[in-house]
Ligand binder design. Structure first.
Ligand SMILES: CC(C)(COP(=O)(O)OP(=O)(O)OC[C@H]1O[C@@H](n2cnc3c(N)ncnc32)[C@H](O)[C@@H]1OP(=O)(O)O)[C@@H](O)C(=O)NCCC(=O)NCCS
Length: 152
């Protein structure tokens, strides 16, 4: 796993990223057109995790609007989880947010996605609210925030 490196997402990463997205998010997955739309925005920062043999095995994206930023997406290919890649990608997004003067980062995550919620909590995110049926009937969202002004 140590051979996996992080680099900015390019247009040729869209097809493999969209495949992982479909696999991980099912019917709520982004289309390739949505990824194209994201990469076209100068306010976005997207990174991929690339293995020399397997290619793109994860990706993450951030919307920068200093002093705020928003985690747009984060996913690791099945079979590549629990090796620290999610943490590395999220860490890279937050490093970029810090460098660009964003003191607050917000995200939404499904309330039943405890693996992701734990990952975000380890990176300083706290739950600030909950949106009922945000992802569909009975599928609540948790809103999490990392605010450097209140960080210890
Ligand atoms: C949520 C997600 C991004 C986490 O990615 P990940 O690469 O597994 O994350 P990490 O490896 O950094 O950490 C996950 C767990 O693995 C553990 N871990 C990290 N490195 C490890 C290692 N070398 N050996 C064993 N466990 C390890 C972490 O401690 C953590 O444990 P926890 O879940 O009990 O807290 C991934 O599961 C995913 O893509 N899920 C589907 C899409 C999704 O839900 N995205 C988030 C939408 S908001």
């Amino acid at each position: 796993m140590s051979g996996v490196s992080l680099r900015p997402m390019r247009w040729w990463d869209i097809a493999p990223a969209a495949r992982i997205d479909r696999d991980r998010f099912g019917e709520t997955a982004w289309t390739e057109a949505q990824f194209w739309g994201e990469l076209a925005q100068p306010t976005r920062f997207y990174v991929v995790a690339e293995d020399p043999d397997a290619g793109v095995v994860g990706y993450a994206g951030l919307w920068l609007m200093p002093p705020d930023s928003d985690v747009q997406t984060l996913a690791i290919a099945a079979g590549w989880e629990r090796t620290g890649l999610g943490s590395r990608l999220l860490g890279r997004l937050l490093e970029e947010a810090d460098q660009r003067g964003c003191t607050r980062t917000i995200l939404e995550v499904r309330a039943d996605n405890s693996r992701a919620i734990n990952l975000y909590a380890r990176h300083g995110f706290a739950t600030i609210s909950r949106r009922s049926s945000y992802y569909g009937p009975g599928l609540d969202a948790v809103i999490m925030c990392r605010d450097l002004r209140y960080a210890s």
